[in-house]
Every structure is written in structure tokens, then in C-alpha cells.
Write a protein that binds this ligand. Structure first.
Ligand SMILES: [Zn+2]
Length: 225
């Protein structure tokens, strides 16, 4: 890559797991089993591939990776763009239940503000998911994965990549993702690398299969992880 990714290791490790946006959170009952079946199925695949989880030797022991899906009824305004997302620091839990998911009710990328409810607060990377949904209303699934080899080879694979100075949960990240959607072929890749977030990748799609295929095909191309 053109930038020294190792220089970002320390700051990325410190950022992992820390909510950097304004979160307006209200406690709400657990989700029903049927509401989380499909998303948990995808999460199991990601956990099996070790691109989501928790490892004492990675990122200072913080959980990493998260997954979300839009909830009907779909609409293009911030208040009609609800999504279900894994709760914060749930990577360590092998199998999640309705107690471990949150619902983002409103997301305002330009204001760095997320309004959510659930039995647990949403993932610390909820805002990144919301940025993607705000850019294309047809997208229904977003995966944030951590894959060291694929991240390091992003430039080699010509994978669209956000600027290394753009930290997650900042207006710069929002602008960078927007730039990728307007200036690169990220819609074809359905995948981009986060230049300033160690090992961080974001895959998306209209279905769970489309989003996971975008990620797993590239993981396989670099020999997993
Ligand atoms: Zn991350």
C-alpha cells in the first residue's frame, strides 16, 4: 500500500470497540428469534472465517467485525432507514440471541449521530453501516470484517479504499465513503477497505448472499483472512 499501515496499528487498536459518534440510546426488549435468524446465520459464517470475533492477540483484545441489515418498511429518509445490527462488543459470544442485537432507528452521517434502541447498545461501527445505507437505498446488508491479508493487499487488488486519515465515526469517513461511491467502481466490487482502520473492510449488497459473496470471493483470492 502507499501508506505505512503499521503506523496505524496502535491508534486502530485503541479505537476498536469505542463508540466515537453521538449515540442516543433507549433500552428496549430483546428481538424475537425470527427477527435475528438470517443475520445470525451470516454472522456465524463470518465468525467461522475469523473475520468477526474476539481474540486476545488482536486489537488489544477488543471484539471486531459486525453485521447489519435494513428493516422494512424501507424509505429514503433518515427516520425511515432502520437497521438491525450486532450489539457492541458481542464478538466474543459464539452464538447471539435477541438479547445481543440492537435496532438503529435513525442515522445522521453528517452529524455523526445515531439513534438506537434495544437490549444492548449497537456496534461501535454503526455509523459506517448507516453511511452505506444512506448512499444507496437498494442496499439491504452491510458487513464490517477484519481481514489482515486482504486489507494489506487492497491496493494490489485495486480495491476502493478510504483515505488513511479518515477515522471511523468522523465526518471525514462519511465524505470518504461518499467519494468511493461517486468516483470509484465500489458498487461493482461491493467491497471497500478502510485505509485508516487496521484490517478493516466493508462489504454490502441487496441480499445477505450478495454481501457475503463480495467479501468471501476476495478472501479466497488472497488465501483467506
Ligand atoms: Zn473494525
Amino acid at each position: 500500500m502507499e501508506f505505512g499501515h503499521t503506523a496505524f496499528t496502535a491508534s486502530a487498536a485503541m479505537q476498536e470497540g469505542i463508540i466515537r459518534f453521538t449515540l442516543e440510546f433507549a433500552a428496549a426488549p430483546a428481538l424475537r428469534h425470527g427477527e435475528i435468524t438470517e443475520i445470525e446465520g451470516l454472522r456465524q459464517r463470518l465468525r467461522g472465517a475469523r473475520v468477526l470475533g474476539q481474540d486476545p492477540d488482536r486489537y488489544g483484545g477488543y471484539g471486531f467485525g459486525n453485521v447489519s441489515r435494513r428493516l422494512a418498511p424501507y424509505g429514503e429518509t433518515p427516520t425511515a432507514r432502520r437497521y438491525l445490527i450486532t450489539g457492541t462488543q458481542t464478538g466474543v459470544i459464539p452464538r447471539l440471541t435477541g438479547d445481543h442485537y440492537a435496532v438503529v432507528r435513525e442515522c445522521y452521517p453528517d452529524e455523526n449521530r445515531v439513534v438506537a434502541e434495544g437490549p444492548v447498545p449497537p456496534s461501535s461501527e454503526s455509523l459506517t453501516h448507516g453511511i452505506v445505507y444512506a448512499l444507496d437505498d437498494s442496499l439491504r446488508w452491510v458487513i464490517h470484517a477484519h481481514a489482515p491479508t486482504l486489507w494489506r493487499e487492497a491496493a494490489l487488488l485495486r480495491l476502493p479504499t478510504t483515505h488513511p486519515a479518515a477515522a471511523q465515526g468522523t465526518p471525514e469517513m462519511s465524505r470518504e465513503v461518499k467519494r468511493l461511491f461517486t468516483e470509484t467502481d465500489v458498487r461493482a466490487y461491493k467491497l471497500f477497505a478502510m485505509g485508516g482502520h487496521e484490517d478493516g473492510l466493508v462489504a454490502f449488497g441487496r441480499t445477505a448472499a450478495e454481501a457475503s459473496e463480495a467479501l468471501f470471493s476476495k478472501l479466497e483470492a488472497v488465501g483467506r483472512s
